[in-house]
Ligand binder design. Structure first.
Ligand SMILES: Nc1nc2c(ncn2[C@@H]2O[C@H](COP(=O)(O)OP(=O)(O)O)[C@@H](O)[C@H]2O)c(=O)[nH]1
Ligand SMILES: [Mg+2]
Length: 678
């Protein structure tokens, strides 16, 4: 027998909503392919996926887990992704290097919407994907109703490939619509081939015709065959499905129950026959033809003992330990099995490898020996924009330097996190995708870097201004011992239009205040404006210096600066100070069945609706534009998600400052004074 070239590994990424059963499916796939002797369970906390302590504790995936296995001699890499929308960045990054995505969902028509964002991402990037409808063991739903709901959220036609065989209330097997063979499920084993039961015959014929008609939309020959009433061969149908899947034209749908290994081998077979090779995925990424090795980094982790680890897929060529890629030397080369690295010497195109200590390299980077990426390379998608934030502080003040290092690494690991120092409130703010996302990040900082943090709702950067003008005299005179201090000025304080900021006008004539002291006057004013009569930064004021006097010996920069402060603190309270609150322009995106609810949310949060329209490129979604006070945005994402099955989102940017008066203003001012006193 001729030597067979080793096949290049293919990568299937498991995605889908939280709790749909992805981690359980990974376990079933690994057990069915012999990579692990027996299945772990989520309950027992011994699955290959969810290896992070933060996952085990919450029984929830918070990061991807990579597993290698072999199925009928073909090497496979399965990547289990977190389902929560708050950890979507992890899933997106893994999908970018996938050959195929398996979208795992529950057989619940009302939950169909939860897969909409992931399907949109897959279609935007032309990533081939199939649906695995899990938990069929506890479903009484009619598959055709389910399909209808799922189709409503998929741009691409869904192609149902199996119909269930029902045995009373439960499902005992399925009929494969291409081969027209029936199988009876057996726990933890391959299913038994059986005769198609009479009860399933009519439904099978009907579903098969629907499948063929849907496929015929993409193939004239098949269409002709159907019109002439000739049966296409099984091989032709499989070939058609494979081509259409690989082109992201259709979405095949398989049924099963991962917990009981139902449908798992059928899924494996579909993957084996229909998943494109890495070369096709490389082309999708813009890496075409032959040439030097190309690796794409899709995850970065900082492990406590081993240092930085970059997970990369080899899109072309091969790579090995010790090689120099894009200027960095690979030191440590491994496969991963959940959290466990397994040393490798070399790896070929298609493989997913952990590269040790690639210090300058970050997620999304393309690595090549020459350091130059291929010409046609497609850009890495932009990181998700933050929708939730918390102010954070090291419990121990001495840890502040350590904290900024730890935060930099966390952001490097997860580009959907951000850290900002707010110059108005002086808070360090951690921004991310939701409450759990940030709490998990804070927990990780504690466990990885032994750093305890406290977190709180970030303060809103209120400002204040004035509504009236005044003229004010400010005089600083002190005679103590030898050298005295003398500064004396007259200023006019005036409100400015919103958004004008601060203006200083020098109207001194005849040297009433000597030239060299005038900058100190301005400095004294600017200093004062950091904290006005209400306790906030003052904006939109004009201060004109129009008169003053000096003393030949006692006048100094300090003395004029102090005089300016005195003038301001006496003058400003007479100018009718008023609180200003930041108003943001907010764009909320939701499926249009929820648009009216969103409008109520906006008005309930003192917002002002500007209008709404269909969201470009999103079938069935609306975008609502509004102006909303920043103080009401803190938990907006939580409410939006709770009314939209988790899929609604928003973006915002500062728009303008608006006067705030009445009870709300009194409360803000009172809180600020209390904070200043404590
Ligand atoms: N009845 C049933 N439960 C399942 C099935 N697959 C997973 N589960 C359960 O669903 C829950 C969520 O599973 P998990 O794999 O963690 O979901 P993930 O969030 O998608 O990774 C766990 O309690 C599983 O035991 C299934 O096929 N049938
Ligand atoms: Mg999971």
């Amino acid at each position: 027998m001729a030597d067979k070239k080793p096949k290049s590994p293919r990568t299937a990424v498991l995605v889908g909503p939280y709790l749909s059963g992805k981690t359980t499916l990974l376990e079933a796939l690994l057990a069915a392919t012999g990579a692990i002797p027996s299945k772990g369970t989520i309950k027992a906390g011994n699955t290959v996926g969810d290896s992070a302590p933060e996952s085990r504790q919450r029984k929830m995936s918070v990061e991807i887990n990579v597993a290698h296995t072999k199925y009928l001699d073909d090497p496979w890499i399965f990547i289990d992704c977190p389902g929560s929308i708050e950890f979507a960045q992890e899933a997106h990054n893994a999908l970018m290097v996938a050959d195929v995505a398996v979208v795992v969902c529950e057989p619940v028509p009302d939950k169909a919407l939860t897969i909409a964002p992931i399907l949109k991402f897959l279609d935007d990037h032309a990533i081939p994907h199939m649906l695995f409808v899990n938990k069929m063991d506890i479903s009484a739903v009619r598959v055709r109703d389910l399909l209808q709901s799922l189709q409503a959220v998929s741009e691409r036609p869904l192609i149902l490939r199996q119909v269930p065989i029902r045995d009373g209330d439960s499902i005992s097997g399925y009929v494969d619509l291409v081969s027209e063979r029936a199988y009876k499920y057996r726990p933890s084993q391959a299913s038994d081939l059986i005769q198609v039961p009479d009860s399933a015959l009519a439904r099978e014929k009907e579903a098969r015709t629907e499948m063929l008609e849907a496929l015929a939309d993409f193939d004239d020959k098949l269409l002709e065959q159907l019109l002439e009433d000739t049966q296409p061969s099984t091989r032709e149908i499989y070939g058609q499905i494979t081509r259409d899947l690989q082109g992201d034209l259709i979405v095949p749908v398989l049924l099963g129950a991962a917990e009981h290994d139902h449908g798992v081998r059928r899924l494996l077979k579909a993957l084996r026959h229909e998943t494109p090779e890495v070369a096709a995925s490389a082309t999708r990424r813009g890496v075409e033809g032959a040439g030097e090795a190309v690796l794409q980094v899709f995850k970065t982790v900082h492990a406590a003992h081993t240092g930085k680890l970059s997970l990369a897929r080899i899109l072309r060529g091969s790579a090995k330990d010790g090689a120099t890629l894009s200027g960095a030397r690979v030191s440590g080369f491994s496969h991963l099995m959940g959290a466990t690295p397994i040393k490798q010497g070399e790896a070929m195109a298609g493989d997913v490898v952990g590269l040790g200590r690639m210090e300058p390299i970050k997620t999304g980077d393309v690595l090549t020996p020459s350091g130059t990426g291929p010409a046609g390379l497609k850009p890495w998608p932009a990181a998700l924009t933050p929708v939730y934030s918390l102010a954070i502080k090291a419990e121990n003040r001495n840890d502040e330097v350590k904290l900024s290092g730890a935060l930099a690494r966390m952001v490097e690991e997860d580009p959907s996190l951000a850290v900002e120092h707010n110059p108005d409130t002086h808070e360090m703010v951690l921004l991310g995708q939701g409450e759990i996302h940030l709490l998990v990040t804070i927990e990780r900082i504690r466990s990885k870097y032994n750093l305890k943090l406290t977190s709180s709702k970030p303060r809103v950067p209120y400002k204040e201004t004035i509504k009236k003008s005044t003229q004010q005299h400010g005089r600083h005179k002190r005679q103590s011992g030898g050298h005295g201090q003398f500064g004396d000025i007259h200023v006019e304080i005036k409100p400015l239009a919103r958004g004008k900021g601060f203006e200083f006008i020098d109207k001194i004539v005849g040297g009433a205040v000597p030239r060299n002291f005038i900058p100190s006057v301005e400095e004294g004013i600017v200093d004062y404006l950091k904290r006005g009569p209400l306790g906030f930064t003052v904006v939109d004021v004009s201060v004109k210096l129009y008169d003053g006097s000096y003393h030949a010996v006692d006048s100094s920069d300090m003395a004029f600066k102090t005089a300016a402060r005195i003038a301001m603190s006496e003058g400003m309270p007479k100018c009718e100070p008023v609180l200003l609150e930041p108003i943001c322009h907010v764009t909320i995106a939701v499926p249009n069945e929820h648009t009216s609810k969103v409008q109520r949310v906006i008005t309930g949060r003192r917002g002002h609706i500007l209008g709404y329209d269909a969201k470009p490129g999103w079938k069935g979604w609306d975008e609502v534009q509004a102006n909303m006070p920043q103080s009401d945005l803190h938990d907006l994402i939580i409410e939006l998600r709770s009314i939209t099955l988790g899929v609604g989102s928003y973006s915002w940017k500062f728009d303008h400052l608006a006067e705030l008066t009445g009870r709300l203003a009194d409360k803000v001012i009172g809180d600020q004074q209390q904070a200043a006193a404590s």
